[in-house]
Structure formats: structure tokens, C-alpha cells
Design a protein around this ligand. Structure first.
Ligand SMILES: C[S@@+](CC[C@H](N)C(=O)[O-])C[C@H]1O[C@@H](n2cnc3c(N)ncnc32)[C@H](O)[C@@H]1O
Length: 169
């Protein structure tokens, strides 16, 4: 994983920068309090069962005034619990782990973040839903039935948001 990340750093032309790569769970980064200026993540938190723990950890490691910049998958309408269970067993969490957007936003503000701003929202197209169903490959995650996929069309979105940690110390 570190080798792949080094390659990405090099491809981005950042090889000469002071960049340290570490492997850790987002729920427990093992970084000190008030350490980071920014916490950013793309399409990971929706996979994690305890999202609140991740945001508590992000709040802890961000310095006062530090920022969140997150992209994640949410549902924009309630998804039937049996359907969700089927997704959880076949979609490797990409959809099975997605929670309702309004619950997500409440969770982020509940742990202490301020000034949450949704800067982009994109409802997944049927093709995007199908592709996500097989991420990282249909050998690992067999696609859901066409009927199940139809039931969530227009109810799943990718959102990008920012928020600020305004803690005092
Ligand atoms: C859909 S990929 C996104 C990868 C990358 N962020 C990108 O944009 O290409 C999801 C990644 O989340 C990682 N992941 C899942 N749960 C995690 C957790 N609790 N802590 C850290 N990483 C996790 C997986 O190992 C996988 O690499």
C-alpha cells in the first residue's frame, strides 16, 4: 500500500516534498491531538460501520481552525432495510454502508464541526451505480440484481463537503 502511495506521490510530481506515508485505520489514526491542518478523504467513510468514531477522530487530530474536505456516498432517500441488507452482503459496503444524507450531516455537526457546506452533490447515474456495484471487481463483489438496482436509482449520491473545527484548544 505504501509503495502504491509512493508511486501516486511521484506521479503527482510531489516526490521532493516533505511527505510521510503511514497505514492506519481512520477510526484510530494514532496521530497526536491538534496535529493536522486538513483531513481529507474520498469514498472511504461510507464503507465504515462506525462513521461517528471516524469524525470524532478527525475532530481530535485537527488543530483549532483545521478543515475537513470530504467526498462520500450517501442515500438521499430512505432505502428499505431488507434491500439494504442485500446490498451489505453483495456490494462490499459501497451502498450497504451509505447512510441518509441528513443523518450524515447531523453526525458531522454533532461531533463538533461547524460551517458545514455541501460544495457538490451528484446523483449517481444507473451506469455509475452498476460500476460501483462491482467495485473493486465482480470476482469480489457480485453485482446485485437488476431489480434491486432499479429500486435505488436516483436515491444515491456522491457529496463533497467542507467543515471547520472551531474548538478552542
Ligand atoms: C473506494 S476505495 C477509495 C480509495 C481512495 N481514497 C481513492 O479515492 O481512490 C476505499 C478504500 O478505503 C479503505 N478503507 C476502508 N475502511 C477503512 C478504514 N476503516 N480506515 C482506513 N481505510 C479504510 C479501503 O482499504 C480502500 O482502500
Amino acid at each position: 500500500m505504501i509503495e502504491r502511495a509512493k508511486q501516486a506521490v511521484a506521479e503527482a510530481g510531489l516526490k521532493d516534498r516533505d511527505i510521510e506515508l503511514r497505514v492506519a485505520d481512520m477510526e484510530n489514526s494514532e496521530l497526536p491531538n491538534n496535529f493536522a491542518d486538513v483531513v481529507t478523504s474520498n469514498c472511504v467513510i461510507n464503507l465504515c460501520p462506525d462513521k461517528e468514531k471516524i469524525y470524532e477522530e478527525a475532530f481530535r487530530i485537527l488543530r483549532p481552525g483545521g478543515r475537513l474536505a470530504i467526498s462520500d456516498i450517501v442515500s438521499t432517500e430512505n432505502i428499505d432495510s431488507q434491500l439494504k441488507e442485500r446490498f451489505q452482503s453483495t456490494w462490499a459496503g459501497c451502498l450497504g454502508g451509505a447512510i441518509l444524507e441528513e443523518d450524515y450531516v447531523h453526525m458531522v455537526t454533532r461531533v463538533g464541526f461547524d460551517e458545514l457546506q455541501i460544495v457538490a452533490r451528484h446523483t449517481l447515474t444507473p451506469n455509475e451505480l452498476a460500476a460501483m456495484a462491482c467495485c473493486p471487481g465482480d470476482t469480489f463483489t457480485p453485482p446485485p440484481s437488476a431489480e434491486d438496482r432499479l429500486l435505488v436509482e436516483s436515491k444515491v449520491a456522491s457529496i463533497k463537503f467542507t467543515a471547520v473545527n472551531k474548538k478552542k484548544t
